[in-house]
Write a protein that binds this ligand. Structure first.
Ligand SMILES: [Zn+2]
Length: 414
């Protein structure tokens, strides 16, 4: 009985390509840029999805919106959708509604806000958000609709979590949701975050490095470039500090094969404009260092190491150096490879894609860390090109269908 129902859902999903295109096109047109990215929020996208789901008779929809006076609706939508199963256990799939800006428009071959098919391969679509993270949203909706249309009650219930504000810190999204409803995920439930993955579907992300962004302010003394002895060149001091980052990295030399790369990384990135002309020695420099730290180190240890480097640069160049945390996200306890969600996902990938998964860690941060912090073992997996945030963001319609089939398979425990 259960096996037959599973077959029925998998078949229904395989005919869903028009539905994928419809959902992707509508969502991309509605954008969903958060106010920190210069947008008016995710409300229109959330309204569209809720209406779409209600159209299939899906009515168990619970809102946990976060107030935010900066957007026209004055709230950032977060909502939970449930389709009951035969047991109390639920498979949760999380998708975030917000996207990043299109970026430099001249780099796009098509309009970023109009989903367009590739001229040679019509399985490929382009548009901002089609990979990150609309595909996850689409897969959840497709599966929910298929269950409803065919009156299928799987072994596990299906829970969809739609959140705002993933791209700009999660405070109005998953963090708000977990604060308001700390125990909506029950202990036996499975939590899947399809927000990072690979094009062969063989990678399950179970761990993330800690993230520390440092802002470095260097104060020297501005003067005419023809009389350098009268000033203190902040750029030269900044250069010493930038090269010193590699020395700091050597001291945090632990290796962990779970991650690629397998070490902590300390990378100078953004540099703010200094003087506009060539013949002035800059008296002030601001730059940033992106640190990805293995879970065996604390972020404070790293901060202290860069402050010590700053004191050394102060002494050598006669400048003053301030090193501050710009953003930090400590690493959470990794999800075990033996956890129910990983075991079930591996089985489903084997069944649907005929492939074996490996587990590993990444240097980035996904919503999964918020669940892991609450002691919920979340897994991150998706079937994607891995081109999120780039111009000409692309996705395969068949990836979405396969991904939804993997989730469908996880709902059955045979
Ligand atoms: Zn994302």
């Amino acid at each position: 009985m259960s096996l037959e129902q599973k077959k029925m859902v998998l078949e229904a999903l395989s005919a869903g390509s028009e539905r994928v295109f419809e959902l992707q096109s509508s969502m991309t047109a509605l954008r969903g840029l958060g106010p920190d990215n210069g947008g008016d929020g995710e409300q229109n996208k959330a309204d569209y999805l809720e209406k779409w789901l209600r159209g299939f008779g899906i009515d168990d929809i619970q809102h946990v919106d976060a107030p935010d006076a900066r957007v026209p609706s004055e709230k950032r939508p977060n909502f939970i959708v449930r389709i009951p199963g035969r047991t109390e256990r639920t498979l949760w799939i999380l998708g975030h509604l917000d996207v990043v800006p299109a970026g430099e428009l001249s780099l796009w071959h098509t309009d970023p806000w109009t989903v367009t098919r590739d001229a040679k391969d019509e399985d490929i679509i382009y548009g901002r958000g089609v990979e990150d993270n609309q595909q996850a949203v689409v897969c959840g909706c497709l599966l929910a609709a298929a269950l409803k249309e065919h009156n299928i009650v799987p072994d596990l219930g299906l829970g969809l979590i739609f959140v705002s504000d993933e791209e700009t810190g999660n405070a109005y999204g998953i963090q708000h949701l977990l604060r308001e409803k700390p125990s909506f995920v029950a202990p036996g439930d499975l939590v899947l975050v399809p927000d990072s993955g690979s094009s062969d579907g063989c990678f399950i992300e179970i761990a993330e490095k800690g993230i520390l962004w440092l802002r470095v302010d260097i104060e020297g003394c501005q003067c005419h470039a023809s009389r350098p002895d009268e000033g203190k060149n902040a750029l030269t001091a900044a250069a010493a500090m930038i090269l010193g980052a590699a020395e700091v990295e050597k001291r945090f030399d632990a290796r962990n094969p779970l991650f690629a790369p397998d070490r902590s990384t300390f990378t100078p990135t953004r540099h703010e404009a200094n003087v506009p002309n060539v013949n002035t020695i800059p008296g002030k420099e601001v730059f940033y260092i992106d640190c990805r730290v293995l879970p065996c180190y604390t972020l404070d240890e790293v901060l202290e190491a860069f402050r010590a480097l700053g004191r050394d640069v102060e002494e050598r160049y006669g400048v003053s150096v301030r090193v501050e945390k710009f953003m930090s996200e400590p690493a959470a306890e990794p999800t075990s490879e033996d956890s129910a969600v990983v075991t079930s996902l591996k089985k489903a990938v084997r069944e649907v894609l005929g492939r074996e998964c490996r587990c590993g860690g990444i240097g980035g941060s996904t919503v999964a860390v918020n669940f892991r912090e609450h002691g919920i073992p979340a897994a991150v997996w998706a079937l994607i090109f891995e081109n999120c945030h780039s111009p000409n963001e692309a996705a395969r319609i068949s990836f979405a269908i396969k991904e939804a089939q993997v989730f469908a398979s996880m709902l059955f425990t045979d």
